[in-house]
Unconditional design. Structure first.
Length: 432
């Protein structure tokens, strides 16, 4: 028995040789689980060299067919030998599965289906291109958007947070925010654990600085439950997204966060009013590689560097921060929220102190990028990608149905296969 997995022209291909029996069926199921991305719509099962197929093997293919039909796609079989074809025919599955002679024909059938779906999407909403990314825009809210800043970024970066600097925020009513926080019975309980935090649709996800490097996830069942987030710094979005968009790479490559923000800035400059150089962006998409960081210890005053240095200064970074530049979670679902400042824009609408309240240079990014980006993301698994779902529906499905995997501060090199995004063109920064 031999099982192979590869991706040809963007289509996952699973090859099975030998006996496709009860034992092999379990192994094929495992291979499919590792090979399928949450946005895959079509798959080829190559049975060339398969000498026998049992009902267990058929059930695996049937389950895959049902999964992909739910995404508007399906499974194509190829290379089916004489005996396996007799079994499929006797069971009536030769009329259920699409069966092609060879792999090339099977891939062509998959691409024909994918192209048809893309054409339907294009006819419904014509695309425009920025920075090698295709956007299909939809109008959002006419309301102005504001960033509300709680706490001091400077105190955080210099580990000067005291108990008096920690705010108790009822996070269940916050739709989108990111910052530093913890859950606990009170301020004293939460302070030693302050770590990367974000809230999405009233759920809180955070990375405790307890040395275990294991994020926590909490969704309150009701808004008046009394549980609050203790935060030393937080940036939340007030108001709606002025635009929504479905995005895909126009050249077949994945989309990096820095390229996405450059494209959003370019879009903002084309708009008639409403863009002052700062945006907030929410994303529901399929990850192509997450690169990330997280602080190792709480930046409370007890942990402050003796010489008053920033935790991002050279010589401090290794003690204070984990930076992971190995791409992870390719094919899993991801929800992100972040803020971008276009340094080439005229930022005169904002007070300089409000800009420094949300902006800093991450040590893994360096100078010269032309933008300040700050994004947090949550990774989920086994959430079917449906381009027909809007941003809010997709995020809701992740929270309700997805397997929670991880939460991190995202480096700008984090990449996406495709996504639904919301863009808020910020008009004001309020510091409290």
């Amino acid at each position: 028995m031999e099982i192979t997995t590869e991706r040809q022209d963007g289509i996952p291909v699973i090859g099975v040789k030998g006996r496709f029996d009860g034992y092999t069926a379990g192994k094929v199921d495992e291979a499919l689980d590792g090979a399928l991305r949450d946005d895959d719509r079509s798959t080829v099962i190559d049975l060339e060299g398969t000498t026998y197929i049992s009902s267990a093997g058929i059930r695996v293919i049937l389950a895959l067919q049902k999964l992909l039909k739910g995404r508007g796609g399906g499974t194509v079989l190829c290379g089916v030998g004489e005996y396996p074809m007799q079994v499929l025919s006797m069971a009536g599955f030769d009329r259920v599965f699409t069966i092609c002679t060879g792999r090339a024909d099977a891939l062509e059938r998959c691409h024909r289906r994918e192209d048809s779906l893309s054409l339907i999407d294009e006819l419904e909403s014509p695309s425009v291109e920025y920075e090698g990314i295709r956007f299909r825009f939809e109008r959002g809210s006419p309301r102005d958007s504001v960033l509300k800043v709680t706490g001091s970024l400077d105190d955080l970066l210099h580990s000067r947070l005291s108990a008096g600097d920690i705010r108790a925020e009822p996070f269940s009513g916050i739709r989108y925010s990111l910052g530093l926080g913890a859950l606990g019975a009170g301020v004293e309980d939460a302070m030693p654990l302050l770590g990367e935090m974000m809230t999405i649709h009233g759920a809180m996800i955070w990375l405790p600085t307890d040395g275990h490097d294991t994020p926590d996830f909490f969704v309150p069942a009701r808004e008046d439950g009394g549980v609050v987030a203790y935060t030393g710094f937080n940036v939340s979005l007030e108001g709606g997204f002025q635009e929504f968009a479905l995005i895909e790479p126009s050249n077949g490559d994945a989309i990096s966060l820095d390229a996405l923000y450059r494209a959003v800035f370019a879009r903002g400059r084309e708009r008639t009013g409403g863009f002052s150089g700062i945006v907030a962006v929410a994303v529901w998409g399929v990850a192509a590689g997450v690169e990330s960081s997280g602080i190792r210890r709480s930046p409370c005053i007890e942990n402050a560097p003796a010489d008053g240095s920033s935790i991002l200064d050279e010589g401090m970074i290794e003690d204070w921060m984990d930076i992971d530049t190995e791409p992870r979670y390719d094919g899993d679902s991801i929800v992100t929220f972040g803020v971008g400042v276009d340094l080439s824009a005229d930022l005169c609408a904002f007070d300089p102190s409000s800009l420094t309240a949300i902006s800093y240079t991450h040590p893994a990014e360096g100078e010269g990028s032309g933008a300040y980006l700050h994004n947090h993301g949550v990774v989920f698994r086994n959430v079917l990608w449906e381009a027909e779902s809007d941003l809010e529906q997709g995020i809701g499905r992740c929270l309700e149905e997805g397997e929670f995997v991880d939460m991190r501060h995202l480096l700008d090199s984090t990449r996406l296969h495709r996504a639904r995004i919301g863009i808020a063109y910020i008009q004001e920064i309020r510091i409290s």
